[in-house]
Design a protein around this ligand. Structure first.
Ligand code: FES
Length: 645
């Protein structure tokens, strides 16, 4: 087979790939850091590379659309659209196309849990066999467990059975027995090791994976680590990954391997940090959205993406670690929490567990913001949940200078409402190279407060400032001048960027509004508003409210709960009853398919205004705009069917 050698600069990483592969495919097999938000579908325009030597396929229509004239003249190409047509190719990955060191939120709300793990250790001293007592080794073991601990009807795994005779004798008949669910002996250890029993909880997000190593005796978290989901090169949203699985015969295996490898990689770090042995980790719990859940289990998620979006299974699933390739004790149990529906997964169940919405008397709302945002509304009587396609705009996709929350991303912005001067902070305090989601929320709120945009999101042509430019390709506002940035270019926010954020926040707001409508409640009825998720941890909740990401709930009733899904996974790891509660929650929650709701269109239209078409729903924002002299002279139209909510 004809092959090509590709050299990625500036690192000089080399990889050999089949002739005709795309540069993105080569980057994937070289493991180089290259953004590919849409998974190579030619939509995001973020996989920009510079061809420095060698032959490649001609520019495609997609590249003409997504690359500027200047970029094209500088040799920029889109890695996913460009095939390699020479034996050697030299590619430079520019700074703006690197994912960088992503900031990942792993901390979450702490909810008290009674420690009652499913896996337990029992120390026994067993009577040695004699001519007067010729019971089998197994009978001897289980009868002692019954006599000392009252355990009955125990089974033993084949692997442990094979090791049983030797361990009993080598340990002089004093052993620690590891039993799962008071039912199955999954390991035997010499002597007394009851104080060493560990578990691993994992939250598999579309973008990142967070892992927690816990002491199952105390319930304490011993170490935490996280990693970008290694499935990202296959697509940054779930639909791209499902498409990859559908279009590639080995796609499902590749994606399962990728995610399991990521989960194992985190575990390896945690074990190194704590000195715990892999064999001492006897159980693992996993949460994730429904697509992640299926991919982790190696179940084809194809039908999750097709109406009416049924998951293959809703119940929690138990699999042996060795069956799935998880690097805990090979006989250990991997418990994947139940899902609610095709687009509301085990992560939402975990958020409900962690925030205790299922047992609260007063009404609560939770939004777990991500590429897909889950919205939950309820209390102990009733819970509704839905999923909104908020898209990857908050991850920086479709935003001209958008990037993930990594080094050099502008993460906070303030605009002086009178001088229009900009103050910003970047992650790691380095020169800016783009804007991340939390800053985009600030930008929209600050631009509204400064009158640079109006409630419809349009730029105000009557403002005169060197920062505000009306170019052939549309209006833009300069956040950082070229001489301040790391990319030798002005960092601007464009009219299209504002539009993208409006669509993303409208999707979330629509979810909130339709669930409230479905339940017949208003924002006044909501006692607590939980904002979960890594992105949610970094946003300014006031600015998020000003732009209308969520209904106007007083800020003292808003709680930022971090990675609540991770908290839920930990709770299910150390508590059998929380695991049972998770099953009940998944069955109890009423999944609302927003697109099927009669008012969906009207609500989505109204939600695109900043903060909302019916301004009376945002009295605090009205007050603020009036105080700043930016209250609109002309109020936006409210979609009629929505007027009497
Ligand atoms: S355009 Fe190439 S990965 Fe999105």
């Amino acid at each position: 087979m004809k092959t090509s050698e590709v050299i990625f600069q500036p690192e000089g990483k080399r990889v050999t790939v089949p002739f005709g592969s795309t540069i993105l495919e080569a980057a994937k097999s070289a493991g180089v850091d290259l953004i590919s938000i849409c998974g190579g579908r030619g939509i995001c325009g973020k996989c920009k590379v510079i061809v420095e030597g060698g032959e490649v396929s001609p520019l495609t229509q997609i590249e003409r659309k997504l690359l500027s004239e200047l970029e094209r003249s500088m040799g920029y190409r889109l890695a996913c659209q460009t095939s390699i047509l020479s034996q050697v190719l030299v590619i430079k990955i520019p700074e703006e196309s690197r994912t960088g060191k992503q900031r990942l939120q792993v901390e979450g709300i702490e909810t008290p849990v009674k420690i009652e793990p499913l896996v337990k250790k029992y120390f026994v001293k067993i009577k040695k066999p004699s001519l007067q007592d010729i019971r089998s080794d197994f009978d001897r073991l289980v009868e002692e467990l019954k006599r000392t601990y009252g355990l009955e009807g125990l089974k033993i795994t084949y692997d442990v059975l094979r090791r049983l005779p030797l361990i009993l004798r080598e340990s002089d008949w004093e052993v620690t027995v590891v039993i799962w669910n008071e039912d199955t002996i999954i390991d035997l250890e010499m002597g007394n090791s009851v104080n060493r029993i560990f578990g691993y909880a994992v939250d598999i997000g579309t973008t990142k994976i967070a892992g927690y190593l816990l002491d199952l005796n105390s319930g304490k978290v011993l170490a935490v680590d996280s990693l970008m989901n290694p499935q990202i090169p296959y697509g940054e949203d779930v639909i791209s990954r499902i498409t990859y699985v559908s279009n590639n015969p080995d796609g499902l295996n590749e994606l399962q391997r990728a995610v399991v490898d990521g989960v194992n990689q985190i575990l390896k770090t945690l074990l190194e940090k704590t000195g715990v042995n892999q064999r001492e980790v006897y159980e693992m719990t996993v949460v994730g959205n429904t697509a992640m859940h299926h991919l982790f289990l190696g179940i084809n998620p194809k039908y999750v993406a097709l109406a009416p979006y049924p998951p293959v299974i809703k119940n929690g699933v138990n699999v042996k670690a060795r069956e799935i390739g998880a690097d805990i004790n090979p006989n250990g149990n991997v418990h994947v929490l139940p899902v609610i529906g095709g687009f509301v997964g085990a992560d939402a169940v975990a958020v409900i567990l962690a925030t205790e919405i299922y047992r609260r008397k007063k009404l609560c709302m939770a939004i777990d913001i991500g590429t897909n945002t889950e919205v939950v509304l309820g209390n102990k009587n009733e819970i509704l949940a839905s999923s909104c396609a908020s898209g990857p705009a908050f991850e920086g996709a479709h935003i001209k200078y958008g990037m993930r929350a990594a080094t050099g991303a502008i993460e906070r912005i303030k605009i002086d409402p009178y001088t229009l001067e900009v103050q910003y902070e970047t992650i790691d305090n380095v020169k800016p190279r783009g804007i991340c989601g939390s800053a985009m929320v600030d930008v929209v709120a600050e631009m509204l407060k400064s009158g640079i945009i109006d409630v419809s999101g349009r730029f105000n042509k009557n403002i005169s400032s060197p920062r505000l430019r009306f170019t052939k390709s549309g209006a833009e506002f300069v956040l950082a001048w070229k001489n301040e940035t790391a990319i030798n270019d002005d960092i601007v926010v464009t009219q299209r960027d504002i539009r993208e954020i409006q669509l993303a926040k409208a999707a979330i707001h629509t979810g909130c509004a339709l669930l409230m409508k479905k339940m017949g409640v208003t924002e006044q009825d909501i006692d607590l508003m939980f904002i979960a998720g890594a992105f949610g941890s970094y946003i300014n909740p006031e600015n998020a409210r000003i732009i209308g990401m969520y209904p106007e709930i007083p800020l003292n009733r808003v709680r930022i709960v971090g990675n609540a899904a991770g908290t839920g996974a930990r709770m299910a790891l150390i508590s059998k009853s929380f695991r049972e509660k998770a099953e009940k929650i998944a069955r109890k929650v009423n999944y609302i398919e927003l697109g099927a709701e009669q008012d969906f269109q009207a609500e989505f239209f109204n939600s695109q205004f900043i903060p909302y078409a019916d301004l009376t729903r945002y009295p605090e924002t009205i007050k603020l705009l009036k105080r700043l002299g930016k209250y609109p002279k002309k109020l936006p139209p409210v979609f009629m069917s929505n007027k009497n909510r």
